[in-house]
Design a binder for this molecule. Structure first.
Ligand code: NAP
Length: 417
């Protein structure tokens, strides 16, 4: 670790409205892409001034996401391809903080406002933003992944449209922990699949970042869901969040697609997928109307197979591999749909956040770490030793600060590494 003084990360000598020249940040550089524990290094770096319709926010806490595991690894592509104009990558696509300086044209926010930040950016000049969806804009980028100036720093620079009022019933770390995964799960289920009361849903990785919110959305909507997990502790968490049941995937290891299997191995794998489908049906009383996918290569053939006729597989990632192959007969003969989904637009983020304001959906926080923990947190995630979400204290001196109203707060996920 570079010799950067971390004792003063929570201290500032300037008031809202004025930026200091330098800040402390966790930085990935092209030449050290690799395991997160080494790729992230502390550096002193200039504080970004906000341009037109931009805001510089003092980060009070940041949220850890899988996207900066990919950024550290430089896989499947190096993030420096996305922002060639900057040779540093300050990751971090979730934050809670205080508006510190606003750029020209910003009228809705003033220094001192308490906010959380959603991670979708797009140019105001792209026509898709004004009638289709900002996610369709050619300029669309995920802040803190496809852009630099993310939240693992004392200050971050964002577009004004990314700001959402911070829920008053949450601490800084709780408020920083959920946006990226929760807003993604919201779009996948509510807008892409039109989740309804009575629907039956299968959720892969149900105790992970996306999964804990997919389970809660199902419970809030009156839908039944089964979560797939890899331990009893994770299963207990999923039940606590409102799932109808859970399945430990270790009992169905043979259903995972590895690639390059022989015809006999394929047949055997298919038998295991069938056995898994039966277990899902037993728990839900029927085959699922919706399969919530992000695992990709290993699970996708099973997802398409177990789905009910006319059902939907909604997918936002391929953690185990991006090249999916599956028996397409089960898709066309049973008229199933595959829907790709990526993050959420500002309107969806705002609607989803209202459910957090109302305490109907709660952050699921596994661990809060100090600013020194950024590299370690990403390594834990890379090694699948976490559950729920990890938050990082930046401007907040300790846990428990920032709440100004009563509310249920976060669910604490107690088990794991
Ligand atoms: P996470 O917290 O690591 O959770 C993923 C879960 O998947 C893990 O808890 C694990 O649960 C399960 N899993 C891992 N390997 C598996 C395998 N071989 N087979 C079955 N399940 C497996 O990550 P996350 O935050 O939920 O994100 C998941 C993926 O979605 C990442 O690739 C991330 O980059 C992507 N993502 C995309 C978007 C988007 O907008 N496109 C948004 C958010 C996340 P068990 O071990 O308990 O089964």
């Amino acid at each position: 670790m570079a010799s950067v003084d971390l004792t003063s990360v929570a201290d500032l000598s300037v008031e809202p409205g004025t930026l200091p020249e330098k800040m402390t940040a966790w930085v990935i550089r092209k030449e050290r892409e690799g395991e997160p524990i080494d790729a992230f290094q502390l550096e002193e770096i200039e504080v970004p001034d906000p341009g037109p319709f931009e805001v510089t926010v003092r980060v009070m806490a940041a949220g850890v996401n899988y996207n900066n595991v990919w950024a550290a690894l430089g896989q499947p592509v190096s993030v420096f391809r996305y922002h060639p104009e900057e040779d540093h990558h300050i990751g971090g696509s979730d934050a809670s903080g205080i508006v510190w300086k606003v750029g020209t044209g910003v009228t809705r926010w003033t220094p001192g406002d308490e906010v959380i930040i959603h991670c979708n950016q797009a140019s105001y000049e792209d026509v898709e933003v004004h009638g289709l969806d900002p996610l369709a804009a050619p300029s669309q980028k995920i802040w803190g992944y496809e852009t630099s100036w993310g939240s693992f720093a004392q200050f971050t620079k964002v577009q004004a449209q990314q700001l959402i009022p911070k829920p008053r019933n949450l601490t800084w770390e709780e408020a920083a922990s959920y946006g990226l995964v929760y807003f993604t799960a919201y779009r996948m289920l509510i807008d892409q699949c039109h989740l309804k009361a009575g629907h039956k849903v299968l959720i892969w990785g149900a105790a992970g970042g996306l999964g804990v919110f997919a389970v809660q959305l199902c419970a809030a909507a009156g839908a039944e869901c089964v979560g797939v997990v890899s331990s009893k502790e994770k299963g207990d968490l999923v039940m606590q969040l409102g799932a109808t049941g859970y399945i430990d995937r270790n009992e169905f290891k043979g259903m995972m697609r590895k690639g390059g299997e022989s015809a006999d191995e394929e047949k055997e794998r298919f038998g295991e997928s069938r056995r898994f489908g039966k277990a899902v049906k037993e728990l839900l009383g029927d085959a699922p109307d919706i399969v919530f996918e992000h695992v990709g290569k290993a699970t996708f053939p099973t997802s398409v197979f177990v789905l009910k006729p006319f059902g939907k597989v909604v997918i936002c990632a391929g953690t185990t591999g991006f090249n999916l192959d599956f028996d397409v007969r089960y898709l066309w003969m049973r008229q199933k749909q595959i829907i790709g989904s990526h993050f959420a637009n500002a309107y969806e983020c705002m609607k989803a956040n209202q459910l957090i304001d109302q305490g109907k959906i709660r952050p699921v926080l596994w661990r809060t770490m100090g600013f020194d923990g950024v590299a370690e947190a990403h390594q834990l995630m890379r090694d699948n030793k976490h559950l729920g979400k990890i938050a990082i204290l930046v401007g907040a001196e300790k846990e428990g600060l920032g709440r100004s109203e009563d509310g249920p707060g976060a669910i604490k996920a107690e088990v794991g590494a």
